[in-house]
Design a protein around this ligand. Sequence first.
Ligand SMILES: C[S@@+](CC[C@H](N)C(=O)[O-])C[C@H]1O[C@@H](n2cnc3c(N)ncnc32)[C@H](O)[C@@H]1O
Length: 218
Amino acid sequence: MERLKLTEDGSHSLFNSQYNQHYHSVSGALKESRHIYMNLGLIPFLETSQEPLHVFEMGFGTGLNAFLTWQAAKHYSKQIYYTGVEAFPVALEEASKLNYETVTSESGLMQLHEAEWGVTHQMSEYFRFRKEHLTLQEFAADELFDVIYYDAFDPKAQPELWTEEILSKIAAQTRPGGVLVTYSSKGIVKRALAAVGFSVEKHKGPGKKWHVLRAVKI
Ligand SMILES: C[S@@+](CC[C@H](N)C(=O)[O-])C[C@H]1O[C@@H](n2cnc3c(N)ncnc32)[C@H](O)[C@@H]1O
């Protein structure tokens, strides 16, 4: 089955048949990543905070968020240390079909996919990159993060990634004042984030999506 999906803004996503889920909103993968993970999550820190900024992503997946993060580090000339976990890596051949270089007019996506797992790579002057081929449940951090991209499949598909238990582990890895951003604004997600020590804000979503969440660690 063809996994590659052209979303409404002209950028690609993938489909996961095990969970019956797309990796991004079909209304626009690039639009979603920019709106939620960049504009609500990363960019306010790049505009105001000390560097280096420590960024963590639940689900490296297609690499779109990591790729945009690298571009932002270059644009703002600020150091970013990115760490992503991924349980089911996208094959290199499939990654090479993604059109993120074309739609952003930037290069480097395949460098992220080809980078060795479990090793820290200085990809450029401002971007340090590490990805772990592990489940989130297995991952243990030895640093605190400023920004968390929480990009797991939907709570209906993977409820185990939205429990208070797993989110309390994420909360323990987040610096006070740090933020977690996610596309899901479901009640169970809001309640779980509040229960583990985040102050939860609802924001307007990209395109047709009503709401997304930005949660600040107290
Ligand atoms: C919604 S997709 C988003 C991926 C990525 N952020 C992107 O923009 O392509 C969710 C990702 O989480 C990964 N995943 C699923 N279960 C996981 C787990 N237990 N631990 C780590 N990654 C997991 C999936 O393989 C998939 O790549």
